[in-house]
Design a protein around this ligand. Structure first.
Ligand SMILES: Cc1cc2nc3c(=O)[nH]c(=O)nc-3n(C[C@H](O)[C@H](O)[C@H](O)COP(=O)(O)OP(=O)(O)OC[C@H]3O[C@@H](n4cnc5c(N)ncnc54)[C@H](O)[C@@H]3O)c2cc1C
Length: 614
């Protein structure tokens, strides 16, 4: 154990531990200080909160703002909107809770220096769409991070959290977390009675469209590595709606966003022959989902469905008609700036492929699936709801506490609440932190106790891939393929292939069924066995190894959920070939899972959907 003997263990005690310093984590850290003036608040982040998370490179719009000060929308309107988009299934209590608090978070961003565009005539924030406001958002994340940095007792950057720690004095209670510094290799033991997981969503669990020289280019951030799900899953927390993976329609090859194009530039789509195509698929879609197709706006997944069917009918590619809008110099500027603020890669792709949207209508495509809880999708942990609004069945403790005592979540981590985006994730972080502080205060002097044997064993487990590499490396003289270890990249590609082919990825046209899912689970099981033999040549690869471990566990969860829900609720996101229709009679419900880390078994159950807003 040469590698371990020299490794320092650093102990950090806090009252509230925030894992992940993205939008939700920064919101949680900020708010924890407000309610817990004398508490020790620690934020731990695998990158650097200055530029970490999905918002790292900036945004052009804040996608969740009610505008209650001008009576533009009310929280109930947002609940109706999200419910409609998710084909009826959202946690209305949680969604309402975010919607009623989100505006004040946006006002804070402005106070802290974020430039928000204003309508020169009304003085109101400039709207891109009903829910979106436009910002000069290059420095969005540094501005938000500054507030968190000032609020935290300490921010620990460059530490990848690998596992949560459980209390040895009380079952089902969290006691902290462990991780390692990706630069120094020090092992960290964080002890805390309240832990808020805010570790983002999951990309790269499905084979991406961009492979080979384009590898790493994805829509959701490539560093969103499913820790938000794996950490609670391993601790025994219940998860919900993990089958509700999202597929995005985006500009081809660069994943450039289309929202500003549709909403602000008023561009539209057509098939390869210049024809409108959505109406061709109206009857077909109605047959599958009934009157959900008649809702306004048409749910996101159903718009994907029309694109996929039109392409399958041989009339692809689908193109965005930009030629008309781009004749207006103002709109042309907005069209380009939209990428420069957020997805510069799309502008580069167009330049490299001789696409000038003023003269060529660019192609759209549908992405590989992602797992997340803050966009037009709602995978994540099953959380207790707000005291004044949640039905009793959704309340077993503090707001945003998972089914494990002391374990809270926000942003992509929490399931059932789509359309929170950057601002809603920040607001939810604040909500979770307020509840976490109350939890800590209610504990009084009582503190959970970490088990020394548990974290000492985890120290060995965490660094094992480096040991595997050091020993196994001697068996080969050149190249990367070894008889005794698996590199994280190879493991990742194996995972992506399994998920793609068996669990409804792009290669299978998002189609799956029970036999495919069964085989997928067998193959995932074999992959899990092989993960004991991961080899990491350095600390960077060790981080990759643990990101892969988290992705595999989240993928297993997605597969079990997809198998359990015997219907196709969201055509355009995925299809169960053996249950092609939406089935409101049996499946107007949430799916819940719970993992038993001792047995490796998953227990599945249904939970009711309560419609609180009319
Ligand atoms: C391409 C793209 C475009 C978007 N466009 C918009 C938009 O226009 N408007 C809008 O409002 N929203 C937009 N969003 C959505 C918004 O970015 C997310 O909703 C929001 O960032 C989610 O917040 P979060 O805190 O849950 O996750 P994140 O902000 O991603 O933060 C997660 C954090 O956890 C850290 N982390 C992960 N794992 C670990 C670990 N094991 N240990 C320690 N730290 C860890 C990560 O490094 C990261 O800092 C967009 C997202 C993407 C990817």
């Amino acid at each position: 154990m040469g590698l371990l003997s020299g490794r320092k263990t650093i102990y950090v005690d806090s009252d509230v531990l925030v894992i992940g310093g993205g939008m939700a984590g920064c919101g949680a850290t900020y708010e924890a200080r407000y309610w817990g003036r004398d508490l020790n608040i620690v934020c731990v982040e695998k990158a650097n909160i200055e530029r970490s998370g999905a918002v790292a490179q900036g945004l052009y719009a804040i996608n969740c703002y009610m505008g209650m000060q001008w009576d533009e929308n009310q929280p109930e309107d947002h609940v109706r909107y999200a419910r409609n988009d998710l084909m009826g299934l959202v946690r209305e209590d949680l969604g309402y809770d975010i919607a009623r608090h989100v505006d004040s978070s946006v006002h804070k961003f402005e106070e802290w220096g974020l430039p928000i565009m204003k309508d020169p005539e009304t003085g109101r924030y400039m709207r891109e769409g009903k829910w979106q406001i436009m910002i000069h958002g290059e420095s969005y994340k540094p501005i938000v991070a500054e507030a968190a940095r000032k609020a935290a007792s300490k921010v620990y950057n460059r530490i990848m959290v690998t596992h949560l720690l459980m209390d040895k004095t009380k079952a089902n209670r969290v006691a902290g977390a462990v991780g390692f510094n990706v630069r120094t290799g020090d092992f960290y033991v964080f002890r805390a009675p309240a832990v808020i997981v805010a570790a983002g969503g999951a990309s790269h669990i499905y084979n991406p469209r961009s492979v080979g020289e384009g590898m790493g280019r994805t829509w959701y951030a490539p560093w969103s590595s499913a820790s938000a799900y794996a950490l609670p899953i391993l601790a025994g927390a219940k998860m919900t709606q993990m089958e509700n993976r999202i597929v995005l329609t985006r500009f081809k090859d660069g994943y450039g966003p289309v929202g500003a194009y549709f909403l602000h530039l008023k561009t539209y789509t057509e098939n390869a022959y210049g024809n409108e195509y959505e109406s061709n698929w109206y009857e077909n879609t109605k047959e599958l989902v009934g009157d959900y197709i008649d809702r306004h706006p048409v749910p996101t997944c159903l718009r994907n469905h029309a694109i996929l069917e039109e392409i399958k009918a041989g009339r692809g590619p689908i193109r965005m008609v930009t030629k008309e809008a781009f004749q207006d110099p103002h709109k042309e500027t907005i069209g380009w700036e939209n990428f420069l603020g957020m997805t510069i890669g799309q502008a580069v792709v167009w330049a490299s492929q001789n696409i000038d949207p003023k003269h060529t209508n660019p192609e759209l495509t549908t992405s590989e699936p992602y797992v997340m809880g803050s966009h037009a999708t709602c995978s994540g942990a099953w959380a207790s709801g707000p005291e004044d609004y949640a039905p009793s069945e959704y309340q077993w403790g503090y707001n945003r506490m998972m089914t494990v005592d002391g374990l809270f979540g926000a942003g992509d981590t929490i399931g059932g609440t789509a359309h929170k985006f950057s601002s809603g994730s920040f607001a939810e972080g604040r909500i979770a932190a307020k509840a976490a502080v109350n939890y800590v205060k209610d504990l009084g002097k009582e503190r959970p106790k970490v088990n020394e044997a548990e974290y000492e064993n985890l120290k060995k487990v965490v660094f094992q891939p480096m040991e595997n590499y050091e020993v196994g490396r001697n068996e080969i003289v050149a190249g990367t393929v070894s008889p005794s270890y698996l590199l994280p990249l190879h493991g990742l590609q194996r995972l992506e292939k399994i998920m793609d082919e068996y669990v409804g990825g792009i290669g299978a046209h998002y189609m799956t069924n029970e036999p495919l899912l069964t085989r997928g689970l067998e193959l995932l099981g074999m992959l899990k066995e092989d993960l004991d033999n991961l080899g990491a040549e350095d600390l960077h690869q060790l981080q990759r190894a643990w990101e892969l471990q988290h992705r595999v566990l989240a993928s297993e969860s997605v597969t079990h959920h997809t198998m359990f829900r015997e219907e196709t609720r969201w055509p355009g996101y995925y299809y169960r070939g053996d249950h092609m229709k939406l089935d409101d009679e049996d499946w107007h419900c949430f799916t819940l899972s719970q993992y038993d880390r001792e047995s490796g078994e998953w227990a599945m159950e249904k939970a009711p959907v309560y419609h609180i807003v009319d």
